[in-house]
Design a protein. Structure first.
Length: 269
């Protein structure tokens, strides 16, 4: 069922341990909060890793992304600093550590099989790997008052995840539009207000299922939030559900997460 839901990834509700369903603490300690919605294919974890903590993935997971909010992560002999991201491709057995401790935002799908639908089809067969992308992203769209950094966009031959961060330093309201894939938006700074033709919401993090058209009003700080975007299926449009996002006069930052890159279509008025 198409719809929009909100959850609060408040550190006050964090529990001991690392709540991601696909990896486990290899050593060290952590506290974390799991954001999951009933019947929704994606999950998100906000975690704080203590110094010398290690996370371990075994086979049997989908494409996942870990955004470094603060501190540093080490994986496969490389270091990912704050503002960067690590992508762990589906089925890859990986070990990630943090020598000095870190705060992370971790996104993934419940289904371990990467999507075979969409603009790019199924990922190529062959050995999987990890990607380490610095704060500059693989590419960026910047202009006065706006900063968007792309970490993964579903074009990699062996993975289909999309993850990016976007933000503005002033008020912003998007045109009404819908998406072709489910996604999670995680607000890093500021706040957002999302309206459909029926309702409006204001919250720190929320999910937006396939085809739900919305408008965002955001007050967050540059660079808006990073998102992990999913499937580039053919664009679908539901004018009755069109919504709008709006930003206040304050700066805002949002993180977007999807299992595969989505296409967005503006709603007709």
């Amino acid at each position: 069922m198409k719809g929009i839901a909100f959850a609060h990834g408040n550190e006050a509700t964090a529990l001991d341990g690392y709540a991601a369903p696909t990896c486990a603490l290899g050593r060290g300690s952590a506290s974390s909060t799991l954001v999951a919605f009933d019947g929704f294919p994606l999950w998100a974890v906000g975690g704080r890793l203590s110094p010398q903590t290690e996370l371990a993935w075994k086979a049997g997971h989908g494409d996942e992304a870990v955004y470094v909010a603060s501190g540093e992560l080490q994986i496969a002999g490389r270091t990912c600093p704050a503002g960067g991201a690590v992508v762990v491709e589906a089925g890859f057995e990986a070990r990630l550590s943090s020598a000095g401790g870190a705060s992370v935002l971790h996104f993934g799908p419940w289904d371990p099989e990467p999507s075979s639908e969409g603009r790019y089809g199924a990922p190529a067969l062959g050995r999987r790997a990890v990607h380490v992308v610095g704060p500059g992203g693989t590419y960026a769209a910047t202009e006065p008052g706006r900063d968007t950094r792309m970490f993964a966009d579903s074009t990699c031959p062996t993975c289909r995840i999309t993850l990016f961060v976007s933000g503005r330093d002033g008020a912003y309201e998007s045109a009404p539009h819908s998406h072709s894939a489910d996604e999670i938006l995680y607000v890093l700074r500021g706040d957002i207000r999302l309206r459909t033709v029926r309702k409006s919401w204001s919250a720190r993090s929320f999910r937006s299922p396939i085809g739900k058209s919305s408008t965002l009003r955001a007050s967050c700080t540059i660079p808006s939030f990073k998102a992990f975007r999913a499937s580039p299926w053919r664009c679908r449009h539901w004018p009755a559900a069109c919504a709008r996002r709006r930003a206040s006069a304050r700066r805002w930052t949002i993180l977007f997460a999807m299992p595969q890159r989505a296409c967005a279509r503006r709603a007709s008025r």
